[in-house]
Design a protein around this ligand. Structure first.
Ligand code: ALA
Length: 475
């Protein structure tokens, strides 16, 4: 049995056209606009609403804007590579599928396993942030949720079980089971509201900028250690706010549901990333201009900034509500992406068939959604947000590295395959993508690496005890 057996491209492409599907597979319902909305829905969330302030106040100061540019470059390089793959192999499964075609089954399994960190653990991370935001909104109305139901036992302010996070995961899973068309509509409305809120903040905040907050723009290093302001601080902050960009690649998991994947996937992936990059850059300039970076080490930096805009208390409440909706759509897209990756892995025999059972009426992989709901709820209920967030980032960066490598390999192994979208400057651009994203991985620290390696070891155990013996490539 060959661990590096690749999935034949003709078989992949036949699957993308629905050949061999019984009773109808996933429906092709998503337009280019829905795909951009899907991307933005996954991107703008806990990263921008919570991590921005912490990164500015502990690492970068006003130079946070450089961190956003830097992280965007790493993401853009990966985004080009994702686009090339998603037009060449427009089926569900994203990076997992691409690895199966280029680097063989074992690496495909490894990347699929890493994607669980991105999507499932990512959903749990944002669910925890959702829970904190709900608590904050309710406390504005003097309604207090007991701490026992708001945090895990391992948090700095410990609770018993984060029940609020479990409730949102269960609710969104139900929506996903009912159908992706309905989910896409729901997502589009939320995306409109949250983008409107961010734009409103930028436009109104512009008039409250105090330019003295920009001096010094790159605060000098304070302790001589890496990351404590100065240029190394800009780098450290880039690693931290990388989380804010995660999600544009989720668009590629919906390729099998796109009406016209060849044209629309690059629009969805690069379009959503570009919109968010512009918003993030403007947002960070306004945020650090309205509030001095030293005052931003808080859970809700947005609220602090709005408080400085005298006479606009309604805006603060609106912001919190908008950010809550924003977090909701992130969870939705993450859960959607994960169930689609499971779908592909199961169709290939690497996971049990139950992960690809499509509901006869709703046409969604409902059993997969249910199991995912249990797994994600468990993570959100009992794990602190910092650990969840770092694990999400390392899994995502690892997938980015492999996708960039895959483009270089594929140009050599299948140079003549039709590529409706071509990554520019190959191999320079993908190599830079590998380097930048690997550097960001290194910045995530020893604890995260340890957890990542343990997770990978469990995955390999599963592969060698189950998946390789059930692989469809054997048939
Ligand atoms: N980018 C997503 C967020 O910030 C994961 O919540």
């Amino acid at each position: 049995m060959n661990l590096f057996a690749k999935k034949p491209l003709d078989r992949l492409l036949a699957e993308s056209q629905g050949v061999g599907e019984k009773g109808g597979g996933l429906k092709r319902t998503l337009s280019a606009t829905s795909l951009v909305a899907l991307g933005i829905g996954a991107i703008i969330g806990a990263g921008i609403f919570t991590l921005t302030g912490v990164a500015a106040s502990t690492h970068a100061g006003p130079a946070l804007v450089y961190s956003f540019v830097l992280a965007a470059i790493g993401c853009a390089f990966a985004g080009f590579c994702y686009s090339e793959f998603s037009t060449m192999i427009p089926i569900a499964g994203s990076a997992y599928t691409y690895a199966y075609a280029t680097m063989g089954e074992l690496l495909a399994w490894i990347i699929g396993w890493a994607l669980i960190l991105e999507y499932a653990v990512g959903a749990a991370t944002v669910a925890v942030s959702w829970s904190a935001t709900v608590a904050s909104i309710l406390s504005d109305f003097n309604v207090k949720i007991p701490q026992a139901l708001l945090a895990s036992p391992f948090d700095m302010m410990p609770g018993k079980v984060n029940l609020v996070a479990v409730i949102v995961v269960a609710g969104i899973s139900t929506i996903l089971i009912v159908g992706v068309q309905e989910s896409a509509r729901f997502n589009a409305v939320i995306v409109f509201i949250k983008v409107a809120v961010v734009v409103l903040f930028i436009v109104v905040g512009y008039f409250y900028i105090n330019t003295s907050n920009y001096t010094p723009f790159v605060p000098p290093n304070t302790t001589g250690e890496f990351g404590a302001f100065g240029w190394s601080g800009v780098l450290a902050a880039a690693g931290q706010i990388f989380f804010a960009y995660i999600g544009f690649d989720a668009v590629s998991t919906a390729a099998q549901e796109a009406k016209n994947p060849k044209r629309d996937m690059p629009i969805g992936i690069i379009g959503s990333l570009a919109v968010c990059t512009v918003l993030y850059i403007l947002y960070s300039v306004v945020l650090t201009g309205v509030v001095n970076y030293k005052d931003l080490n808080v859970a809700a930096p947005l609220a602090v900034a709005v408080d400085r805009m005298n006479g606009l208390p309604w805006l603060g409440k609106l912001m919190k509500f908008g950010s809550l909706l924003g977090l909701t759509s992130v969870i939705l897209v993450m859960l959607l992406g994960q169930s689609r990756v499971f779908y592909s892995m199961s169709r290939d025999g690497l996971l049990p068939k139950v992960f690809s059972d499509v509901h006869p009426k709703f046409h969604t992989p409902w059993r997969s959604n249910l199991m995912l709901m249990i797994f994600v709820s468990f993570g959100a209920a009992f794990t602190p947000i910092a650990q969840l967030g770092n694990l999400t980032s390392i899994g995502t960066l690892f997938a980015f590295v492999l996708v960039c490598l895959g483009i270089i390999i594929m140009r050599k192994t299948d140079p003549d395959l039709p590529r409706p979208f071509r990554t520019p400057w190959v191999p320079v651009l993908p190599i830079l993508g590998v380097l930048i994203n690997f550097l960001l991985m290194l910045g995530l620290g020893a604890l995260t690496w340890a957890a990542f390696l343990i997770w990978m070891a469990i995955g390999l155990g599963l592969y060698f005890s189950y998946s390789r013996f059930h692989s469809r490539l054997l048939s």
